[in-house]
Design a protein around this ligand. Structure first.
Ligand SMILES: Cc1ncc(COP(=O)(O)O)c(C=O)c1O
Length: 382
């Protein structure tokens, strides 16, 4: 029998906001596409993962600690918290770690916003999890359109905040555009927010900020300018190459961090993720190589896409937003590339059906993608 949402839930009183939810749609996996098209080689440039894979030191740490799989992790992940506090020059009691930044986003919303009463404010489009987790929590998500060039409408965001807003999300650099606002604009925004809406917390999601050409000039956390009303989120999924281990962290006001630890499930960061995170923080060579590969690959892809007639937005992240030339269809392109063994990302879920997003891969993967795209364009425009 075909199970529609309606007949699955007919007799079970699942909350309406869950029944009606449009869930987060992740990028397709290599395995799926290999099986679907009988391909031996597939290049995945869809989920902004690390082009160099995982650090050898991380792999070694995971193997070394595999035998401890039967143990619970130490409550509160104190070694990892200390290491992160040292890395950012902040006090350990302001650091929180979670099962990916996804868990931190979810907990922040549930910790601060009361269902049916409070709101969060974010951009439209933005990383899908902010509005999705708000919806699950029964909290209104107010969306403020980005400007035409994908920069932030900061006055518009401020106008959407009211006395019942508890969180404002900014992604720097932004997903899916790669736009990174000037540091001083974010600092001024935090100041205005604190002045006019002292109950609202600013969440700056810096998942991709270390890929910027100059991290210090792009991140308030790196510049050690931490407004009192701000939370800074980072992740091990991108530049540390650990998306599958699920590890994210945040630097937040002490009072909030203490409530975070009360609320977080006791063992949501497992032993292997914790050990892998500690090893990743030690491996400066791998991280340096990652950042070089991404910055160089970003140039290679930007040039290549422009040469093919695409419109490409400047990106400070490990992905690029682009539009095809003429009236070539983004959906047709995405499907054609799948058959050629290249997975990129359509953006219908971001309400950008004519745009595409490609993650920066290795030089070889970038070349394979550009070649496949060139093949698609040659076939559709002739
Ligand atoms: C802007 C942004 N924030 C957070 C995340 C989630 O990161 P994590 O893997 O740490 O849950 C992503 C993942 O793609 C993202 O794009």
């Amino acid at each position: 029998m075909h199970r529609t949402a309606e007949n699955i839930y007919m007799n079970i009183p699942v909350l309406r906001q869950i029944r009606e939810l449009d869930p987060y749609v992740p990028g397709l996996s290599v395995q799926e596409i290999r099986e679907r098209y009988g391909l031996s080689q597939v290049v995945k440039l869809a989920s902004n993962e690390n082009p160099l894979g995982a650090s050898p030191r991380v792999l070694e740490a995971i193997a070394r600690h595999a035998a401890y799989a039967f143990r619970y992790p130490q409550g509160g992940n104190p070694r990892l918290v200390e290491a992160l506090a040292r890395r950012h020059g902040v006090d350990a009691d302001t650091v929180a770690v979670g099962n990916g930044s996804d868990e931190i986003i979810d907990l922040l919303i549930r910790m601060l916003a009361e269902p049916g009463r409070h709101s969060i404010v974010c951009c439209r489009p933005c990383f899908g999890l902010y509005p999705i987790q708000a919806r699950i929590a029964g909290v209104e998500a107010r969306r403020v359109p980005l400007k035409e060039d994908f920069s932030f409408d900061l006055p518009g965001l401020l106008c959407s905040v009211d006395k019942d807003t508890r969180l404002v999300f900014l992604t720097t650099p932004d997903n899916p555009s790669g736009y990174c606002p000037p540091l001083l604009e974010v600092a001024a925004f935090a100041k205005f927010l604190a002045q006019y809406h002292p109950k609202a917390v600013l969440v700056v999601d810096e998942a991709y900020v270390d890929f910027a050409d100059d991290e210090r000039a792009s991140s308030l956390l790196a510049a050690k300018f931490i407004p009192e009303n701000a939370v800074f989120m980072r992740t091990f999924s991108k530049s540390y190459g650990m998306a599958g281990m699920r590890l994210g962290y945040a630097v937040m006001p002490r009072e909030l961090a203490s409530c975070f630890w009360r609320m977080r499930l006791p063992f949501s960061v497992n032993i292997l993720a914790e050990e892998a995170g500690l090893a990743a923080l030690e491996d400066d060579d791998f991280r340096r190589a990652t950042l070089e590969t991404v910055r160089e690959g970003r140039r290679q892809l930007t040039d290549g896409l422009r040469r093919l007639g695409c419109t490409v937005w400047n990106s400070a992240a490990n992905f690029l937003l682009f539009r095809l030339p003429g009236d070539a269809s983004a959906k047709a392109c995405f499907e054609d590339l799948l058959q050629r063994g290249v997975i990129i990302r359509t953006l219908a879920g971001y309400e950008l059906p004519e745009h595409l997003r490609v993650s920066v891969g290795t030089a070889r993967e970038n070349a394979i993608f550009l070649d496949a795209l060139s093949g698609f364009l040659a076939e559709t425009t002739h």
